[in-house]
Ligand binder design. Structure first.
Ligand SMILES: [Zn+2]
Length: 111
């Protein structure tokens, strides 16, 4: 289930009806979740075994887990924001390049 419907989980690009815009993004996001999931599962197990009881290793673990999840969500937002900006810059650069190539071709044709 995507966190935000209609947008790629990895890069934030629009992808109607899908979770990822490409296989590349699917792979990157899956790998990231594997790394993040490992540490979160460990915290959840400790919390569950001790049920968060005071004076046990589980004490405060639920707070640790939600704090960590907030960090991961913030990281996701930052990555998607940076990738969206990069796409906008690439589009502008492509436009400039196309314009330069058109001028170059026009100069060549005028000779
Ligand atoms: Zn993507």
């Amino acid at each position: 289930m995507p966190v935000k419907q209609g947008f790629c989980e990895w890069c934030g690009d629009r992808c109607k009806g899908r979770t990822y815009c490409s296989d590349f993004c699917r792979g990157k996001y899956t790998n990231l979740n594997l790394v993040h999931g490992k540490s979160l599962i460990q915290l959840l197990k400790i919390w569950r075994i001790h049920r968060g009881a005071k004076g046990t290793p589980g004490e405060g673990k639920l707070s640790d887990i939600t704090f960590r999840l907030d960090q991961l969500l913030a990281d996701d937002r930052q990555r998607r924001k940076e990738m969206t900006e990069a796409r906008k810059l690439a589009a502008v650069a492509n436009g400039v390049m196309a314009e330069l190539l058109d001028k170059h071709e026009a100069r060549k044709a005028a000779k």
